[in-house]
Each structure stands twice: as structure tokens, then as C-alpha cells.
Design a protein around this ligand. Sequence first.
Ligand code: DC
Length: 210
Amino acid sequence: MRVIAIDGPSGSGKTTVSRAVAARLDAGHLDTGAMYRSVALSVLKRGVDPEDQHTVARVALEVTIDVGEEKVVVDGEDATAHIRGDDVTRAVSAVASNPAVREEMVRRQREWAAARDVGVVEGRDIGTVVFPDAELKVYLVAGDAVRARRRSTETGGVEGTVAADMARRDELDSTRAASPLKAADDAVVLDTSDLTVDQVVEEVLRNLNP
Ligand code: DC
């Protein structure tokens, strides 16, 4: 099992870069943000309050999640579009800050990697908590305006609203007690603001084989 960990805030380019790196290496790719979004969706569908830590923890144990390249299936239903919806985006920070949810997701992420030769895993805590022994840890950053532009292009949202929502989630992700968003000490930090996807991918691959 070889793991390449790609962490960073929203809009830093994680998903695009991780997919491209995985394709170049003929490796698997796991979007762990989609897993936390899937739990949040299941929580909402069951009518559970995202702040109800005890019940949310139970949902995390029960929910079935299949994060594929083309689609995400949650509790047997195609949830690809729904996990990116505003309702899920609003609820996900509370769900992701629940330590019991994180414990279960980390367990599933390690299980995913153990079943593969090479995996590119993207998230917030992959290099710091999930795979501290990853072969390569990359921490992507980008300027606030660039990140907001990327996200609003992706979601069709208004840039100002997207920027405010992103700032709120980054703040919650960085200041939470359980596995806050931060670069691992041994991570390669890449600012993607002025780079093309290809340039970032080449830089990641260069660090893999120095
Ligand atoms: O990358 P994203 O926006 O789809 O992530 C959704 C949420 O999940 C975000 O608020 C941060 C959280 N998350 C996390 O806490 N840990 C991860 N490994 C991945 C995502």
C-alpha cells in the first residue's frame, strides 16, 4: 500500500489535482470530503439534527457510502449531485467535527487504502492523521479570491456568497478540536493560485520521484 496524501482548504484544487495524479500513476483516488458529505446527507435524510452528536455518530456507523470516480452512492441511492447541495454544505462542518464520525471515516479510509497498491487520498487530515506515514504529503493552498472563483465556477454559486461560505467553513475546519485542517510538518506546500493543473500535477510527481 502506497499513499499520496493531498490536503488543503476548499478551492485549493485538491480534487482536480488528485484525480490527475491518480490517472498518471494508475492509482485509486479517494475524495474523503465526499465521505463526510455523504454522512451529512444521510443525517439530513433521516431527519437528525447535525448538532446531535450522539445520533449523528450512530448514523456514521450505519450509513453505506460508495465514493466512486463517476458517482457517489449513499444508502443505495445515487447522491452525486445532492452531496454538493447547499443543505449538505451547511450541515457538513458540524458532522465533520464530530470525533466519533471522524473515527469511523478514518477507519473506512484506511480499509480502502489497505485494499490497494497505490492510492491518492484527498482531504483535510490525510497527511496529519489518517496516513502519517504516507509516501508523499502535499498541502495545496491558493489565494482567497482564486479559491472563491474556482468554487463558484464549480457550483454555479454567486462569487461573493461562495467566498463568505468558504471562509466560514475554513474557519470551522481549521479551529475544530478534532483533526483540524493544517499542513503536516513534512508536507510539500504548493500554492496553486498562478499554476495550471498540469503544472501542479508535474510538481507533485516530481516530488514523488525526486
Ligand atoms: O472537500 P469538501 O469541501 O468536499 O469537504 C467537505 C467537508 O468535510 C469540509 O467542511 C471539510 C470536511 N472534511 C474533513 O473534515 N476531513 C476530510 N478529510 C475531508 C473533508
